[in-house]
Design a protein around this ligand. Structure first.
Ligand code: NAG
Ligand code: NAG
Ligand code: NAG
Ligand code: NAG
Ligand code: NAG
Length: 377
């Protein structure tokens, strides 16, 4: 058969283009849920080839142009390596990913586009309060939650740190989601007018918009103290001094007329933050006995129930001067006494040594005379 020049040209054209397209299809790499994820999120890398007969492809993966081995605790893949799952992404997984498909008959795809994975540190939620954390009934308070990552859109959840007693009577705390959380979705949660039962400790966290859900860690604990006219319980301080000094003893208890159980004494010290009232001293939950005060007890104390009722909060300031005087007045005589006894002891030792030395010379002298007398005999 003789081919016309035009037919030859068309055929060459055909051979030159179509086989190329058939032999080297393009691979496309994609990352879910997003190319920007946070530490320990689950990430899936997938490699797709635009080929009707997808069957039979095996895939190779490259991270920053180095071959990626999908073995180990965190990386897993199906046998063809079509998908590589990272169960808990680390910042070291950040990089540029590409893939290539290979068929049994040594046919391979073109290298894929690049996809850049960025794994950032899990952002922190920071809770603050305006205008201040100490207010009176009827005031308006705004809690503000901020997430230290502005590249993502966040919604916010609000919690209250609620104390409760477990089955063994130990006091524990749990973060309880505030049911009207939706009004704080924009990052501000307003309490207006503030009520006595708003006294408590609050937390927040951010949730990334969209799927899959991702939460930041819980924020710092932010206490809020509201004083009011008629609290359902009173915090009794005994002895009720105007000033407290180190090494004084102090007893705090929650007392109400109707039922005296169910109240938990809460302690916020400026030095250590929130504590369970007596650091391992006598705990009865609603009573706290401190045998020796120290300045680190300076802080705010209040009674709170599991249902969120409160006493008025009380500031307790422990002054340190008494302690200073105590150590001065007690330690000074001791050190003086020690110095004096050392002086007396050294003098006695010296005297004894002198005496002994004299006795020994006298003895030796006596012996010499006795020997001489003996020789003369
Ligand atoms: C990877 O994760 C996807 C989605 O969770 C899952 O369907 C798939 O089976 C996983 N593959 C492997 C190899 O673990
Ligand atoms: C080709 O594929 C078959 C199964 O699909 C496999 O058993 C065989 O080992 C492969 N041959 C080569 C040369 O990779
Ligand atoms: C302490 O005494 C003052 C008056 O001296 C009184 O107003 C206050 O209620 C007392 N506080 C407590 C906790 O007992
Ligand atoms: C506070 O008390 C009011 C009634 O005085 C009640 O409606 C509200 O639910 C209480 N809030 C909390 C947080 O317990
Ligand atoms: C407790 O102290 C804070 C400042 O440290 C102050 O704003 C608040 O009014 C005090 N409250 C009481 C009841 O003394």
């Amino acid at each position: 058969m003789k081919l016309s020049p035009l037919a030859v040209m068309l055929l060459l054209n055909f051979l030159g283009t179509v086989p190329h397209a058939q032999g080297n299809p393009k691979a496309v790499v994609s990352i879910t849920p997003s190319e920007h994820v946070f530490t320990c999120e689950k990430v899936t890398l997938s490699c797709d080839i635009n080929d009707e007969k997808e069957f039979g492809w095996r895939y190779s993966w490259y991270k920053n142009n180095n071959i990626l081995h999908a073995h180990g605790d965190r990386l897993s893949a199906d046998s063809s390596m079509h998908e590589v799952n990272i169960s808990c992404a680390y910042q070291s997984d950040s990089g540029v990913y590409t893939c290539r498909g290979q068929k049994n008959d040594s046919q391979s795809s073109e290298i894929s586009n690049t996809a850049t994975l960025t794994v950032s540190e899990t952002p922190q939620a920071v809770l603050s309060v305006t205008p201040q954390s100490w207010l009176t009934e009827g005031d308006s308070i705004t809690l503000k939650c901020e997430v230290t990552d502005s590249s993502t859109e966040w919604t916010f959840s609000w919690y209250r740190d609620v104390p409760y007693r477990d089955n063994n009577g130990h006091i524990r705390y749990r973060a309880v989601l505030l049911s009207d959380s939706s009004r704080g979705s924009g990052g501000s949660y307003t309490l207006s007018p503030a009520a006595l039962n708003h006294t408590g400790v609050y937390l927040c966290r951010g949730k990334r918009r969209g799927e899959p859900a991702f939460h930041t860690h819980y924020s710092n604990l932010q206490p809020l103290w509201i004083s009011g006219e008629s609290p359902p319980v009173s915090l009794i301080i005994s002895p009720n001094r105007t000033q407290h000094f180190t090494d004084d003893s102090l007893s705090l208890s929650c007392e109400d007329q109707s039922h005296s159980t169910g109240w938990i004494l809460r302690q916020y010290t400026h030095k250590w933050g929130l504590l369970i009232c007596p650091h391992a001293r006598s705990v009865l939950g609603s009573t706290c006995k401190i045998s020796f005060l120290s300045t680190s007890y300076t802080g705010v104390y209040w009674c709170e129930s599991e249902s969120g009722e409160n006493s008025n909060p009380v500031n307790i300031t422990v002054h340190g001067t008494s302690h200073g005087q105590t150590s001065f007045s007690v330690l000074m005589p001791i050190s003086k006494a020690v110095t004096f006894s050392l002086y007396v002891l050294v003098t006695i030792i010296l005297l004894v040594k002198c005496y002994r030395a004299r006795v020994r010379t006298e003895d030796r002298g006596k012996n010499v005379i006795e020997e001489l007398v003996h020789l003369r005999k």
